[in-house]
Design a protein around this ligand. Structure first.
Ligand code: SF4
Length: 366
């Protein structure tokens, strides 16, 4: 891991787990308890400088400052929705890649949506990130620093929940995603416990099984969007590789072993997944495991100028969405109807991307 500072490449300790920090301090002949101290300063106290770590000997602080950088990201710009207080951040990695995070205040909680990759290789047709293509996996430090930087900046509430639902497919960046979860799992880490973290996947069945085997018991959201294999494949090409059937089997196991409910994400697309037969199929599928349905209005990708199917997709009407939710509730399905949050700043679900023309580089815009 490297971070650029004043054109100089520096390594960073951010992203190392407690165990890895212990190994590092033993390697440099420092007592193992230095790991707990540095871990707490980095992930608990969210300090910006090794100089602030005042229970470390001065010589060690100087050595760490010389060799390492503490942050992996820098804030490029931010924009807040005046109506909803949803705030979108653009951060830059050491290599100059831009990623986005969004803070979404709701009645009882404030959720941070983090990215796990720069772009995404999965090309879901309703998603702006998919249109960008894939550039790189983020490190655990870069995932954590989205929390650090946004929680220090956001003034309209404390971040209580995190969803791994921003740019990228977390389970295709499995190692670093799991390391970041291990960091959040430590008691020394500030704020958000694993119980308040949800990992969202488009359906990488073998990796769902692997996540289950870690025993982290994090909550899982599954991007469903259609119960029919052919329709799902047409809007989510990954379904060709890992079918819905294969995913459903591992999701059932996951829900059973972890004792959690699976959240099914469902973007409402006119004439594609908003029909009577979709209601029937959804009710049948969801009765097979503890689950809830998150219905999301489709957000326009017009700002991306997409062609092909992505350019043709339209949201179901408000009335249709309400009808769809009511019918499912009649069948005893737990349905949450998400309002579009932050579409005025292109921070709504499926809109995360970095088109310079839409969101030009400038100072923080509060
Ligand atoms: S919806 Fe998620 S998995 Fe699909 S292209 Fe977008 S970021 Fe990737």
């Amino acid at each position: 891991m490297v971070v650029k500072e004043n054109k100089q490449i520096k390594k960073t300790l951010k992203g190392l787990t407690l165990e890895e920090l212990r190994e590092y301090f033993l390697y440099i002949d420092e007592p193992a308890f230095r790991a707990e101290q540095v871990f707490k300063w980095m992930y608990g106290d969210l300090v910006d400088d090794f100089g602030e770590m005042n229970n470390l000997p001065k010589s060690l602080r100087q050595r760490l400052s010389k060799e390492f950088n503490i942050d992996t990201l820098s804030l490029v710009t931010s924009k807040i929705s005046t109506s909803t207080k949803t705030k979108k951040y653009i951060f830059e990695t050491a290599e100059g890649n831009k990623i986005e995070s969004v803070v979404i205040p709701e009645r009882k909680r404030t959720t941070l949506c983090v990215s796990t990759q720069v772009g995404c290789p999965l090309d879901c047709k309703f998603c702006a990130t998919g249109l960008m293509g894939y550039k790189k996996n983020l490190t655990a430090g870069e995932i954590f620093d989205q929390f650090k930087l946004s929680s220090k900046d956001y003034k309209d509430g404390e971040i209580t929940n995190i969803v791994y639902m921003g740019m990228g497919e977390p389970l295709l960046n499995f190692k670093e995603t799991v390391k970041s979860l291990e960091i959040f799992a430590e008691e020394l880490t500030t704020g958000v416990s694993l119980k308040k973290i949800t990992v969202s996947t488009a359906g990488i069945a073998p990796k769902i099984k692997e996540l289950d085997e870690t025993g982290l018991n994090v909550k899982l959201a599954f991007s469903l969007h259609s119960c029919f294999e052919d329709i799902r494949s047409s809007i989510m090409p990954i379904n060709e590789k890992y079918s819905l059937k294969e995913n459903i089997e591992v999701l059932k196991d996951y829900a059973k072993r972890t004792g959690t409910r699976i959240t099914f994400e469902y973007v409402m697309l006119k004439d594609i997944n908003d029909r009577s037969e979709d209601i029937k199929a959804l009710a049948k599928l969801m009765s097979t495991m503890p689950s809830k349905l998150n219905i999301i209005p489709f957000n326009s990708l017009k700002h991306m100028n997409p062609s092909g199917l992505a350019g043709e997709l339209e949201s179901s009407s408000r009335d249709k969405i309400q009808w769809f939710a009511d019918k499912l509730r009649e069948k005893n399905i737990t349905v949450m109807l998400r309002n579009t949050q932050g579409d005025d700043i292109a921070a709504a679900c499926g809109q995360l991307a970095y088109p310079k023309t839409h969101f030009p580089r400038k100072g923080a815009d509060n």
